[in-house]
Ligand binder design. Structure first.
Ligand SMILES: Cc1cc2nc3c(=O)[nH]c(=O)nc-3n(C[C@H](O)[C@H](O)[C@H](O)COP(=O)(O)O)c2cc1C
Length: 163
Protein backbone atom coordinates (compact mmCIF):
# COMPACT_ATOMS: atom_id res chain seq x y z
CA UNK A 1 0.00 0.00 0.00
CA UNK A 2 1.43 3.34 -0.98
CA UNK A 3 -0.75 6.04 0.57
CA UNK A 4 -1.36 6.30 4.27
CA UNK A 5 -3.78 8.14 6.54
CA UNK A 6 -2.37 10.81 8.82
CA UNK A 7 -2.68 8.62 11.87
CA UNK A 8 -0.04 7.09 14.12
CA UNK A 9 0.23 3.34 14.51
CA UNK A 10 -1.24 2.25 17.86
CA UNK A 11 1.35 0.82 20.25
CA UNK A 12 -0.61 -2.43 20.66
CA UNK A 13 -0.78 -2.89 16.88
CA UNK A 14 2.95 -2.27 16.56
CA UNK A 15 3.64 -4.75 19.32
CA UNK A 16 1.47 -7.37 17.56
CA UNK A 17 3.32 -6.81 14.28
CA UNK A 18 6.78 -7.03 15.87
CA UNK A 19 5.79 -10.14 17.79
CA UNK A 20 4.79 -11.79 14.49
CA UNK A 21 8.23 -10.93 13.10
CA UNK A 22 9.89 -12.36 16.17
CA UNK A 23 8.03 -15.66 15.70
CA UNK A 24 9.16 -16.18 12.10
CA UNK A 25 10.95 -19.43 11.33
CA UNK A 26 14.60 -19.33 10.30
CA UNK A 27 17.28 -21.71 9.13
CA UNK A 28 18.65 -23.57 12.15
CA UNK A 29 16.54 -21.16 14.26
CA UNK A 30 19.31 -18.56 14.12
CA UNK A 31 16.84 -15.62 13.94
CA UNK A 32 19.36 -13.48 12.05
CA UNK A 33 17.38 -10.24 11.99
CA UNK A 34 17.04 -6.89 13.66
CA UNK A 35 14.07 -4.54 13.32
CA UNK A 36 14.72 -0.81 13.63
CA UNK A 37 11.45 1.06 14.21
CA UNK A 38 11.44 4.67 13.08
CA UNK A 39 8.46 6.77 14.11
CA UNK A 40 9.86 10.03 15.47
CA UNK A 41 9.25 12.91 13.08
CA UNK A 42 12.85 14.07 13.04
CA UNK A 43 14.18 10.60 12.18
CA UNK A 44 11.38 9.89 9.70
CA UNK A 45 12.38 13.04 7.79
CA UNK A 46 15.88 11.59 7.39
CA UNK A 47 14.57 8.15 6.40
CA UNK A 48 12.30 9.66 3.73
CA UNK A 49 15.53 10.95 2.16
CA UNK A 50 16.77 7.38 1.79
CA UNK A 51 13.94 6.59 -0.63
CA UNK A 52 12.63 9.59 -2.53
CA UNK A 53 8.94 9.10 -3.21
CA UNK A 54 6.11 11.45 -2.32
CA UNK A 55 3.93 8.57 -1.08
CA UNK A 56 6.68 7.29 1.22
CA UNK A 57 6.47 10.57 3.13
CA UNK A 58 2.90 9.69 4.15
CA UNK A 59 4.08 6.63 6.15
CA UNK A 60 3.81 7.37 9.88
CA UNK A 61 6.12 4.48 10.75
CA UNK A 62 8.92 2.67 8.96
CA UNK A 63 10.75 -0.49 9.96
CA UNK A 64 14.24 -1.12 8.67
CA UNK A 65 14.91 -4.86 8.60
CA UNK A 66 18.52 -5.95 8.87
CA UNK A 67 19.97 -9.38 8.12
CA UNK A 68 22.68 -10.44 10.55
CA UNK A 69 25.37 -12.31 8.67
CA UNK A 70 27.31 -12.98 11.87
CA UNK A 71 24.73 -15.45 13.20
CA UNK A 72 22.95 -16.73 10.09
CA UNK A 73 23.09 -20.35 9.00
CA UNK A 74 25.43 -21.20 6.14
CA UNK A 75 24.71 -24.39 4.22
CA UNK A 76 27.68 -26.74 4.64
CA UNK A 77 27.63 -28.02 1.06
CA UNK A 78 28.07 -24.67 -0.69
CA UNK A 79 28.32 -22.08 2.08
CA UNK A 80 25.08 -20.35 1.04
CA UNK A 81 24.28 -17.73 3.65
CA UNK A 82 20.59 -17.77 4.60
CA UNK A 83 20.52 -14.39 6.37
CA UNK A 84 18.47 -12.63 3.69
CA UNK A 85 16.15 -15.62 3.20
CA UNK A 86 15.36 -15.57 6.91
CA UNK A 87 15.03 -11.80 7.18
CA UNK A 88 12.63 -11.89 4.21
CA UNK A 89 10.42 -14.43 5.94
CA UNK A 90 10.34 -12.18 9.00
CA UNK A 91 9.36 -9.23 6.81
CA UNK A 92 6.51 -11.24 5.36
CA UNK A 93 5.31 -12.01 8.88
CA UNK A 94 5.38 -8.30 9.64
CA UNK A 95 3.32 -7.45 6.56
CA UNK A 96 0.72 -10.16 7.18
CA UNK A 97 0.31 -9.24 10.85
CA UNK A 98 -0.06 -5.61 9.83
CA UNK A 99 -2.77 -6.52 7.30
CA UNK A 100 -4.60 -8.42 10.03
CA UNK A 101 -4.72 -5.18 12.01
CA UNK A 102 -5.97 -3.20 9.01
CA UNK A 103 -2.55 -1.66 8.46
CA UNK A 104 -1.10 -1.42 4.97
CA UNK A 105 2.57 -1.85 4.17
CA UNK A 106 5.07 -1.74 1.36
CA UNK A 107 8.41 -3.48 1.02
CA UNK A 108 11.07 -1.06 -0.14
CA UNK A 109 14.34 -2.40 -1.48
CA UNK A 110 15.11 0.38 -3.94
CA UNK A 111 16.59 2.62 -1.23
CA UNK A 112 20.00 4.31 -1.17
CA UNK A 113 22.12 1.59 0.41
CA UNK A 114 25.30 3.52 1.20
CA UNK A 115 23.42 6.44 2.75
CA UNK A 116 21.37 3.97 4.79
CA UNK A 117 24.48 2.25 6.13
CA UNK A 118 25.91 5.64 6.99
CA UNK A 119 22.78 7.08 8.59
CA UNK A 120 22.20 4.06 10.84
CA UNK A 121 25.92 3.43 11.42
CA UNK A 122 25.53 -0.20 10.37
CA UNK A 123 28.45 -2.55 11.03
CA UNK A 124 29.53 -4.79 8.14
CA UNK A 125 27.69 -7.90 9.35
CA UNK A 126 24.29 -6.15 9.36
CA UNK A 127 22.84 -5.89 5.87
CA UNK A 128 19.86 -3.60 5.28
CA UNK A 129 17.34 -5.82 3.48
CA UNK A 130 14.27 -3.60 3.25
CA UNK A 131 12.44 -0.65 4.64
CA UNK A 132 8.85 -1.50 5.42
CA UNK A 133 6.48 1.44 5.38
CA UNK A 134 3.41 0.99 7.55
CA UNK A 135 0.22 2.94 8.00
CA UNK A 136 -3.53 2.82 8.11
CA UNK A 137 -4.96 3.21 4.61
CA UNK A 138 -5.95 6.62 3.36
CA UNK A 139 -8.45 4.82 1.15
CA UNK A 140 -9.72 1.53 2.59
CA UNK A 141 -10.28 0.10 -0.90
CA UNK A 142 -6.49 0.14 -1.25
CA UNK A 143 -6.31 -2.87 1.09
CA UNK A 144 -8.39 -4.97 -1.29
CA UNK A 145 -6.80 -3.99 -4.56
CA UNK A 146 -6.78 -6.73 -7.17
CA UNK A 147 -3.52 -8.69 -7.18
CA UNK A 148 -1.84 -9.05 -10.54
CA UNK A 149 -0.22 -12.45 -10.47
CA UNK A 150 0.83 -15.18 -12.85
CA UNK A 151 -1.57 -18.05 -13.35
CA UNK A 152 -0.94 -21.17 -11.27
CA UNK A 153 -0.36 -23.07 -14.52
CA UNK A 154 2.69 -20.90 -15.20
CA UNK A 155 4.38 -21.55 -11.89
CA UNK A 156 3.31 -24.96 -10.62
CA UNK A 157 4.63 -28.24 -11.95
CA UNK A 158 3.73 -31.74 -10.90
CA UNK A 159 6.30 -34.47 -10.55
CA UNK A 160 8.87 -32.76 -12.78
CA UNK A 161 9.72 -29.38 -14.20
CA UNK A 162 8.16 -28.91 -17.64
CA UNK A 163 9.37 -25.67 -19.12
C1 LIG B 1 11.68 -7.72 -2.34
C2 LIG B 1 10.71 -6.64 -2.69
C3 LIG B 1 11.18 -5.36 -2.97
C4 LIG B 1 10.29 -4.32 -3.25
N1 LIG B 1 10.76 -3.03 -3.41
C5 LIG B 1 9.89 -2.03 -3.66
C6 LIG B 1 10.34 -0.69 -3.78
O1 LIG B 1 11.53 -0.38 -3.63
N2 LIG B 1 9.42 0.28 -4.03
C7 LIG B 1 8.09 0.00 -4.16
O2 LIG B 1 7.30 0.91 -4.38
N3 LIG B 1 7.63 -1.27 -4.04
C8 LIG B 1 8.49 -2.28 -3.79
N4 LIG B 1 8.03 -3.56 -3.63
C9 LIG B 1 6.59 -3.84 -3.76
C10 LIG B 1 6.27 -4.60 -5.06
O3 LIG B 1 6.41 -3.72 -6.15
C11 LIG B 1 4.85 -5.17 -4.95
O4 LIG B 1 4.77 -6.08 -3.88
C12 LIG B 1 4.46 -5.89 -6.24
O5 LIG B 1 4.42 -4.98 -7.31
C13 LIG B 1 3.09 -6.56 -6.11
O6 LIG B 1 2.15 -5.62 -5.71
P1 LIG B 1 0.95 -6.05 -4.74
O7 LIG B 1 1.58 -6.85 -3.63
O8 LIG B 1 0.36 -4.76 -4.27
O9 LIG B 1 0.02 -6.84 -5.55
C14 LIG B 1 8.90 -4.59 -3.33
C15 LIG B 1 8.43 -5.89 -3.03
C16 LIG B 1 9.31 -6.89 -2.70
C17 LIG B 1 8.78 -8.25 -2.34
Amino acid sequence: MRMYADKEIADEDLRYILEAGRMAPSASNRQPWKFVVIREKENLEKVYELYHRAWFRTAPLVILVLADHSVSWKRPEDGKDHAVVDASIAIDHLTLAAAEKGIGSCWICNFYVEKTVEFFGLPGHLEPVAFLSLGYPKDKADMQREKIRKDLSEIVFYEKLNL
